[in-house]
Design a binder for this molecule. Structure first.
Ligand SMILES: [Zn+2]
Length: 86
């Protein structure tokens, strides 16, 4: 389902985030993101991933584990509330 131009954008997103693309490629990528929501999703995911990776390099992995634990607890709470309502 991926369009050829989207494929090209996805391959360049990491280079773009790292500031490794030349100006013309940057402009092309930015222009594509303006008109292609699926590629924006991909871009934002990569951006998030990149910031998470940078953070985990700077400190321990504990925050991620803690966050996963919290998310699990929240979903358990939500499930049990739904069960009680039934
Ligand atoms: Zn696209």
């Amino acid at each position: 389902m991926t369009k050829p131009e989207c494929q090209a954008v996805m391959e360049q997103i990491y280079a773009y985030l790292d500031g490794e693309l030349d100006r013309a490629s940057q402009e092309r990528l930015k222009h594509h993101l303006l008109e292609c929501p699926p590629c924006v999703d991909e871009y934002e995911r990569d951006l998030l991933l990149k910031s998470l990776l940078q953070r985990s390099c700077a400190c321990e992995e504990a925050p991620t584990a803690l966050r996963a634990q919290i998310m699990t607890r929240i979903s358990i709470t939500v499930t049990s509330v739904q069960v009680e309502r039934d």
